[in-house]
Design a protein around this ligand. Structure first.
Ligand code: SAH
Length: 279
């Protein structure tokens, strides 16, 4: 832990889910996981006091940081504003439409990677903003996304079918990206410490192969299929698929008729949706 790696001090605000990272080890792991190259253009969400931002600025071509907190933006601007490869945008990452905002700044357009210690209260919406959805994958996917998230979320993102952590979020994200669990970051690595441990996750966006023929159908099956985790898949799906038809398809795909939603791998979900795509 070192004090001088933080750019400045600021009282953390609960409202913006502010937890300052203060572990050099975790910082080094984030940077290493990001496979930084001089040509990279990074998007950072929630730079906070700039601890990660500073490191990124010294290693890549451009860093665009989006920070919602006006006071932090003012301080960040004072500290880092003169660095030529830094662009700071004040606003809510979920609301901003980046491409038009970046248009006046050719050196910052089309960031190829996202590296961030994000606000945990909006993890789901951030993932959706970065990856898109099963129905509407991001048409300009990032090469790499490295995020600090709650450990439990990280486990769900990389969970294998059949494990208890495997759920609708796992299917949705794994359909859109290949994920690695990089490193566990204990709560004490932050000031103030969050209630739970965290983890660094790395996502490489790509559609699963082969992709769904009817993505809308896949999305619907996942939603309804996981609606009650205790029930067998076929009972959950009764509401939208005729039982005999479903058993026939499960049989054709060599799926156990007693299977629960969490037992099906992502390719099996895709296969199921392809067989039921016209219903
Ligand atoms: N990266 C810093 C801060 C992480 S805390 C560090 O590692 O120490 C999360 C940061 O996200 C805070 O700076 C917070 O103000 C910012 N933030 C919260 N909600 C946001 C939103 N909707 N859009 C952009 N930034 C947000």
């Amino acid at each position: 832990m070192s004090k001088d790696s933080a750019s400045f001090s600021a009282r953390p605000r609960k409202r913006f889910a502010q937890h300052w990272l203060r572990s050099d080890k975790a910082l080094a792991q984030i940077l290493q996981a990001s496979e930084l190259q001089q040509r990279d253009r990074i998007l950072e969400i929630g730079p906070g006091t700039g601890i990660l931002t500073r490191q990124l600025l010294s290693q890549v071509g451009a860093v665009t940081a989006v920070e919602i907190d006006r006071d932090l933006c003012r301080k960040l601007g004072q500290k880092l504003g003169k660095i030529p490869n830094f662009l700071l945008l004040q606003g809510d990452i979920l609301e901003l439409d980046l491409p038009p905002l970046l248009e006046p700044f050719p050196d910052f357009q089309k960031p190829n990677k996202v590296v961030a210690n994000i606000p945990y209260n909006i993890t789901g919406p951030i993932l959706e903003k970065l990856l898109g959805t099963i129905e509407h994958p991001n048409p300009h996917p990032y090469e790499l996304i490295v995020l600090l998230v709650q450990k439990e979320v990280a486990q769900r993102l990389v969970a294998q079918a059949g494990s208890t952590a495997f759920g609708a979020l796992s299917v949705r994200v794994q359909y859109l990206a290949q994920g690695d669990y990089v490193y566990t970051v204990p709560a004490r690595a932050f000031e103030p410490p969050p209630k739970v441990d965290s983890a660094i996750i790395r996502l490489r966006p790509r559609l699963v192969e082969p992709p769904a023929e009817n993505p809308k159908r896949l999305s619907q099956l996942v939603k309804v299929g996981f609606s009650s985790k205790r029930k067998m898949l076929r009972n959950n799906l009764k509401a939208i698929v005729e039982s005999d038809r479903l058993l026939e398809v499960m049989n054709a795909l060599n799926l156990n008729p007693q299977a629960r939603a969490e037992d099906l791998s992502v390719p099996e979900w895709v296969a199921l949706s392809n067989h039921l795509k016209d219903l």
